[in-house]
Ligand binder design. Structure first.
Ligand SMILES: Cc1cc2nc3c(=O)[nH]c(=O)nc-3n(C[C@H](O)[C@H](O)[C@H](O)COP(=O)(O)OP(=O)(O)OC[C@H]3O[C@@H](n4cnc5c(N)ncnc54)[C@H](O)[C@@H]3O)c2cc1C
Length: 423
């Protein structure tokens, strides 16, 4: 058990326009900030994203004095850009196997404690109109702003103090947790790290959560970009990427996982839901396999054609692929002679097109960060560290990563609520 930790200086690369913390809502007068050097709370939450806000609401509702410290100028920025601006806030069909983690059982307890139905009830309480788009995915009818406004309203009702533009300098543990910001020292017996992952640094992602895990000697599962477009190698890029914008329904497979959804060709490689899904399971150097003709006999029409030739093959493939993709793919795969054996090989290749991506588009384009704080270090019921009492990790910083479809927000709500109810 770690009883105390040295102060650390965190290399957070803060933008120069960030000065003193702003308080929202105005639970404390701004002018007091200059006089009060130390502020004491029952719990401090680092990060006003999905998980941090949910945790704050549950903590505040239980009468605890809770402060949320956020580096950005507003709360829930990632919620605002999510789901194309409409926020896919949960999924009706949310099961533990919709999540990747070194421990596939870890998410079960939190998901059972705060299931999708609980979040949907909150959305309905605030009369936010929503719809199911596809595959159980629930989106706001109007805008993601409905969700951030709802969370802010709930925070206000629960007496949560939200400190924006908060530059966290150091975090230490003595008899309690001490968070040093530029202007104020925050103290509390409990600290919740909800600073998210590394994806989309330009809207505020930092490595603070991982730095704190290391500071308190918690293990971290290697992080990598997830739900991210894949970049093709030079030869495949030359062959296919001028078709950017072309899409097709495929089954994409990697590491024993497969997803039947759309694939989109981009200027540098592949994207679309099928590819984003598979990217989280893909490891550098491995091939991915793409079934271009799900549930179809791709070459039957060639077999039955009066003349078996490239023209017959193009007609056959254009029945299930966009014309340009069918032509381009056949340029690379059409056999020299149209024998039965060659047709059988072509059939197999159409269902198992194997490509080895050169990499991913990285954290700049990734929807999530896979990996993170090792779940072995945390209680699955409360998200509290097993080694450091009073220290909690929630949301994306933890090694639990949802598939595409509202699962990542559900994890943020479930892990946040589980921690909040334990504070
Ligand atoms: C473009 C995009 C679209 C997405 N769409 C969806 C979707 O529709 N459905 C879905 O389920 N998931 C979606 N996701 C994923 C989802 O947004 C995240 O999984 C979720 O927001 C994670 O919640 P979190 O609270 O753990 O982290 P975040 O929401 O990232 O919140 C972390 C907070 O911590 C703050 N912070 C970071 N560093 C510091 C620091 N040093 N000091 C103080 N504060 C700090 C950040 O500014 C941020 O406010 C999307 C992601 C992206 C990038």
């Amino acid at each position: 058990m770690i009883l105390s930790s040295p102060l650390i200086s965190l290399p957070l690369g803060m933008p120069s326009n960030i000065a003193e913390p702003e308080i929202f809502p105005l639970a404390v007068e701004t002018s007091l900030m200059h006089e009060l050097k130390t502020k004491k709370f029952d719990a401090l939450i680092l990060g006003a994203g999905a998980a941090g806000l949910m945790c704050a609401i549950e903590t505040g509702k239980r009468g605890r004095r809770v402060a949320v410290l956020e580096r950005s100028e507003r709360a829930g920025k990632k919620i605002l850009i999510s789901g194309g601006g409409r926020c896919n806030f949960t999924n009706l069909d949310c099961r533990p196997d919709n999540f990747l983690s070194a421990n596939p059982h870890f998410a079960k307890s939190a998901l059972a404690r705060y299931p999708p139905a609980d979040f949907i009830a909150l959305i309905e309480k605030h009369r936010i109109p929503y719809h199911e788009k596809t595959l159980g995915q629930l989106f706001c009818d109007r805008s993601a702003e409905d969700v951030t406004r709802m969370l802010e309203t709930e925070c206000e009702a629960a007496g949560v103090q939200l400190f924006l533009k908060c530059k966290i300098r150091e975090v230490a543990r003595t008899t309690e947790f001490v968070v040093h910001t530029e202007a104020v020292q925050f103290r509390a017996p409990a600290l919740v790290v909800a600073t998210g992952g590394l994806s989309i640094p330009k809207i505020g992602a930092t490595a603070l959560g991982y730095d704190l895990a290391r500071q308190f000697q918690l293990k971290i599962q290697k992080t990598k970009p997830g739900l991210v477009p894949l970049v093709l190698g030079a030869a495949d890029r030359t062959q296919y990427c001028d078709l950017a914008g072309v899409s097709a329904e495929v089954i994409a497979c990697a590491d024993h996982q497969s997803f039947r959804e759309n694939m989109l060709i981009t200027h540098r490689g592949l994207s679309g839901p099928a590819i984003l899904q598979i990217s989280s399971y893909w490891n550098q150097g491995d091939p991915i396999r793409i079934d271009l003709a799900p549930d179809r006999d791709a070459t039957a029409a060639i077999d039955e054609a009066k003349v078996r030739n490239i023209a017959a093959a193009r007609t056959a493939f254009q029945a299930f692929l966009p014309q340009r993709l069918a032509t381009r793919w056949l340029d690379a795969h059409a056999p020299a002679a149209w024998t039965n054996q060659a047709l059988a090989t072509l059939e197999r290749q159409a269902h198992e097109w194997s490509l080895t991506p050169a990499g991913t588009e990285g954290y700049d384009k990734a929807e999530v960060t896979a990996g993170g704080v090792d779940t072995d270090e945390l209680s699955s019921k409360t998200m509290e560290s097993r080694k450091v009492p009073g220290l909690f990790f929630i949301g994306e910083v933890v090694d639990v990563t949802g598939q595409l479809g509202g699962y990542n927000f559900q994890w943020a709500w479930s892990s946040g609520a589980s921690a909040g109810r334990a504070l």
